[in-house]
Design a protein around this ligand. Structure first.
Ligand code: ADP
Ligand code: MG
Length: 571
């Protein structure tokens, strides 16, 4: 075959193959154009999951009638002029590809009017033909896309059920609405209103929008985050670790307001939660990374869903630290209620409060002399210990009421944070008089030896001793010397057991976490009041004390008002 230049129509259809995957991609492109046009209101109508109709109407700047035919031309755009513009792109679009691609695989009608124009102009186009005529339309633009893929049967076959296609559309519109607060959104499917979000021009309205899209649950556990370093800002909300989810279904990431799918950012956020999240659980978050457009390449993916950072390592660390700090700051900033699981924040009459009440039945058995007459002056937010309950919980009287502490969980967190702090200033490692020999399975031993550096950073010195034995020559001083053999074996097993996808830095943390768990007070250990108070004071000094290393809460509070309500006092 000889070489031939492809006809424009076919070129557009090939481009459409990349850009327009399904009706939701049409919605995305049209909505982004409306946002670029500065619209403060966007209305979207869908029929049959978008295969029959996608209509997007906005009140943006509009297209001048003379420019209309150009809007449908390939590589025609009002958004960039030069390569420099591309490097500093502030608009959603810039390729001039979307409208011609869509027009090549559907029947498209574009009606638009600029603010100054006397009337609107309408452009009707399909893959072969385009016509212009005057029309009635307020300032702004409406794009109607009918019969998507009517001329590309192979594509049409790949469309899923209308309900599935609609769910992709809803998900995209929600994502866009969760960041573009300066725009009012309406989404209808077959005439039924699915989303109706008024302009969110202040904090209260923003909170209302978040709650109506994400649910009240998200809002009641969300911690606001704002972290800046030089030209980079991370802003948004992260959920308290105790409000983690079983699915990663509430994770919203944006770069300069652009909806992105970015593994680097997602893994950085996840790392920020590593110390506080229960295994297999997923955090909820909504985060926008704002940075100089020159620091990020948005021209890396045909649908602009992926971005490339100039310095990805630095961005990763920045995001990770910002999230980590937001979660640890809550030790100081958040009110205790904020961190209680929602169920326990319910008003009396609702389930869990009654369980707590029954647990306090245990309190009656405490001898009165153990109850201090006054709160000691030294006591802080966790108050003064008054009793230990069933060998597990510490009960403490606070200025505001009662705090119940899970002694093991809290102690584990205290130790873990101490170990990490030690590690940062070089571990206080303690050489053993005689090495402790730990027996492992051959493969466990091989894995353990690949992690020598992490063990070392945590204060262990290990080396091969025999085919199934390692010799431990030094241990972290904090470990003490009791029961070393079993402790080391557990730590080693735990660290290598979670191998695989794990990150090296994680291995080091697992060494510490596992040490903390092994060394923490265990159930049924009798504690004196002094020991209990010492733990409460340590808790007050410890970051991230609200959850143990596995993400479970370490304490709950029952305020006097709540207690009074339980007993119907003051009514
Ligand atoms: P791009 O967005 O990459 O520029 P598109 O093919 O999506 O390319 O759109 C082509 C041009 O049509 C845009 O550059 C813009 O000038 C104009 N346009 C498209 N949609 C709208 C709209 N809703 N409001 C105003 N102008 C629009
Ligand atoms: Mg566009």
């Amino acid at each position: 075959m000889s070489i031939l230049l492809l006809p424009d129509e076919l070129v557009d259809q090939i481009a459409a193959g990349e850009v327009i995957e399904r009706p939701a991609s049409v919605v995305k492109e049209l909505v982004e154009n409306s946002l670029d046009a500065g619209a403060s209101r966007i209305e979207i109508d869908i029929e049959q999951g978008g295969a029959q109709l996608v209509r997007v109407r906005d009140n943006g700047a509009g297209v001048a009638s003379g420019d209309l035919p150009l809007a449908l031309r390939r590589h025609a755009t009002s958004k960039i002029r030069t390569l420099e513009d591309l490097a500093a792109i502030a608009t959603m679009g810039f390729r001039g590809e979307a409208l011609p691609s869509i027009a090549s695989v559907s029947r498209l009608r574009l009606t638009s009017r600029t603010a100054g124009a006397e009337q609107a102009t309408e452009l009707l186009a399909d893959s072969v033909d385009a016509q212009l005529r005057p029309a009635a339309h307020p300032p702004g633009t409406t794009v109607e896309v009918r019969d998507l893929f009517y001329n590309v049967p192979a594509r049409r076959k790949f469309l899923r059920t209308p309900a599935t296609e609609l769910s992709h559309i809803v998900r995209f519109v929600e994502r866009a609405a969760l960041i573009h607060f300066g725009t009012a959104w309406k989404l209808r499917s077959n005439g039924r209103t699915l989303l109706d979000l008024p302009l969110a021009s202040n904090a209260a309205l923003i909170a209302e929008r978040l709650a109506s899209v994400l649910g009240g649950e998200f809002m009641s556990h969300a911690l606001a985050l704002e972290h800046r370093a030089g030209p980079v800002l991370l802003e948004g909300w992260v959920s308290a670790p105790t409000a983690s989810r079983s699915q990663p279904d509430q994770q919203y990431l944006y770069v300069n307001g652009r909806v992105v799918r970015d593994r680097l950012l997602a893994s950085a956020v996840r790392l920020g939660y590593r110390d506080v999240l229960y295994h297999g659980r997923h955090p909820a978050y909504l985060l926008n990374l704002v940075l100089d457009p020159g620091l990020v390449d948005v021209n890396a993916h045909p649908q602009k869903l992926e971005v490339r950072f100039r310095d990805s390592r630095q961005i990763h660390d920045f995001v990770f630290r910002a999230v980590e700090r937001a979660l640890s700051d809550t030790v100081r900033a958040a009110t205790p209620e904020r961190w209680l699981p929602a169920a326990q924040r319910q008003q009396p009459g609702g389930g869990p409060s009654w369980d707590l009440l029954q647990a306090v039945g245990g309190v009656a058995s405490v001898a009165p002399e153990y109850v201090p007459q006054q709160l000691s002056r030294a006591s802080g937010r966790f108050g003064t210990a008054i009793a230990q309950l069933h060998g597990i919980y510490i009960l403490a009287q606070t200025a505001d009421g009662l705090v119940i502490v899970d002694a093991h969980a809290a102690h584990e967190r205290v130790l873990y944070e101490q170990l990490k702090a030690q590690r940062d200033t070089r571990p206080a490692s303690q050489a053993l008089l005689a090495p402790v020999i730990v027996t492992l399975k051959a493969h466990e031993l091989e894995i353990a030896l690949t992690q020598t550096a992490e063990f070392e950073r945590a204060g262990f010195e290990i080396e091969r001793f025999a085919p199934t034995e390692i010799a431990v020559r030094a241990v972290p001083a904090l470990l003490g010397t009791q029961d070393l053999q079993a402790m080391i074996a557990t730590v080693v097993r735990e660290v290598i057991g979670q191998q695989g996808s794990a990150h090296l830095q994680d291995a080091e943390h697992r060494v510490l976490a596992s040490m903390a768990c092994r060394s923490a007070i265990h159930a049924n250990r009798h504690l004196t009041l002094e020991e209990m108070n010492a733990l409460l004071r340590q808790m007050e000094q410890t970051e991230r004390i609200d959850q143990c290393n596995h993400g479970r809460p370490t304490w709950v509070a029952l305020g006097m008002t709540q207690l009074d309500q339980l007993f119907l006092r003051g009514r």
